[in-house]
Design a protein around this ligand. Structure first.
Ligand code: UD1
Length: 392
């Protein structure tokens, strides 16, 4: 068995880390080695969007970097496929393991499938039922050509059954992103980010002992930021909330491009300089560069509220017990609403403001961890891989 583990974009790195670690652990204690190598497609390439995550997660550099970079969906996916096919022909993996729902996921899964290499999809079966989302297309297509499908929640199992995926291919194992969160939560507390941002006054005291009042915001879905009117409406709602409590906004490059293109700079307090002086956030939307994993986990963990359109953060806030307002009209992760603090409120101004103020006034329920979100998903995945290698 020789597994090629693929990552391409920021949320992928947290998902492959525990799988790589678990395979390494298995190889240390067993004679039946699982050979593996890591391919980074280079879909995300900035230091802040990529390298920093490998460092924070203690991962060695990828064995192969395809250095794809940005382009339209068609060009990006096509380039991934061309370069990944070469890598597969050279390295001859027996299995390709892809995670999540980004263009690298479908691009590499399709190449593997055409070469007769078994496809393993981690985080299979999630559905928003919104085919205008590029990620939804990637999810549906990847699952259709996967040989082993690892799921994070019961709704995903049901979605796959509905799509006719045979039961024996589906394995409910829990959530690898939560494996990573649980492993790094303690280390994240050592991060200086709260002091650096001026959210606490004394860097020497335990961060958790100092209270700071702020919200965290992330926003990058094409449906929210690529249309000027929608984007401006959302920002206006957020500005309203920020009159009561500072909002810290680590900005995604896609979103930064749109802010400049649409001339929306006036809505933000720009805190992008590299100075190490605390930024002293104001009651406004404080725009900062994207953060590394540990800094970001610490920032979320101490916040009063998270506002987001990210999938991963709906899951992380569920485990951290931080109220989460999802600025979308749907979620492919309903378990975060059922068990967690997540509220999916849509994109209208009133709903965002009302739900946020409600959350800030403490009207959110207590969270419980969804089934199998216990830090052992990667262990289960490797267990299934070992058992199934003879059957596949
Ligand atoms: C991608 C994923 C999305 C995921 C997100 C996480 C797809 C279809 N979308 O969206 O599911 O939630 O990553 O971040 O795969 N850019 C940089 N530096 C980088 C990366 C991107 O400047 O390191 C800029 C480029 O201008 C690019 C834009 O960001 O045009 C968008 O990047 P892209 O990879 O196309 O998609 P994301 O919006 O990041």
């Amino acid at each position: 068995m020789k597994v090629c583990i693929v990552a391409g974009a920021r949320p992928n790195f947290m998902k492959i880390a525990p799988v790589v670690e678990e395979i390494t652990r298995h190889n240390h204690r067993s004679n039946s080695l699982i050979k593996y190598f890591v391919v980074h497609t280079g879909q995300h390439y900035d230091q802040q969007m990529s390298k920093l995550f490998f460092d924070d997660l203690g991962m060695t550099n990828p064995d192969i970097n395809l250095e794809i970079g940005s382009a339209s969906h068609a060009v990006q996916t096509a380039e991934i496929m061309k370069r990944f096919e070469k890598a597969c022909l050279q390295e001859e993996p027996t299995h390709v393991l892809v995670v999540g729902d980004v263009n690298s996921t479908i691009g590499c899964a399709l190449v593997a499938s055409k070469l007769g290499i078994k496809v393993i999809h981690v985080e299979a079966g999630l559905r928003s039922f919104d085919r205008t989302m590029p990620e939804e297309i990637n999810r549906v297509l990847t699952d259709a050509i996967s040989d082993l499908l690892f799921t994070t929640e019961e709704s995903a199992n049901e979605n796959l059954r509905q799509e006719g995926i045979p039961e024996e291919k589906i394995h409910f194992v829990g959530n690898v992103m939560i494996d990573t969160l649980l492993k790094h939560k303690k280390k994240a507390r050592e991060s200086n980010i709260l002091y650096t941002l001026g959210l606490i006054k004394d860097p020497s005291t335990d961060n958790t002992q100092q209270t700071a009042d702020y919200c965290v915001l992330t926003l990058h879905r094409p449906s929210n930021v690529d249309d000027k009117e929608n984007f401006q409406g959302i920002i206006e709602a957020l500005s309203e909330i920020s009159k009561q409590i500072p909002i810290i906004f680590p900005v995604h490059p896609r979103t930064m491009n749109r802010i400049k293109e649409f001339g929306l700079e006036k809505y933000f307090d720009w805190k992008l300089n590299k100075s190490t002086d605390p930024i002293n956030p104001k009651n406004s939307i404080n725009l900062i560069p994207p953060l590394g994993y540990l800094d970001f986990v610490q920032l979320m963990s101490s916040s009063k509220l998270v506002l987001t359109d990210s999938g991963g953060m709906q899951e992380e806030t569920t485990i951290l017990g931080i109220p989460c307002i999802t600025i979308r009209s749907n979620t492919e992760r309903p378990v975060t609403v059922k068990y967690g603090t997540n509220k999916v409120v849509g994109t209208s101004r009133n709903k965002i403001v009302d739900a946020s103020l409600e959350a800030l006034n403490g009207e959110f329920k207590v969270t419980t961890a969804p089934p199998l979100w216990d830090g052992k998903a990667a262990e289960r995945i490797v267990g299934v891989l070992l058992k199934s290698q003879t059957n596949l």
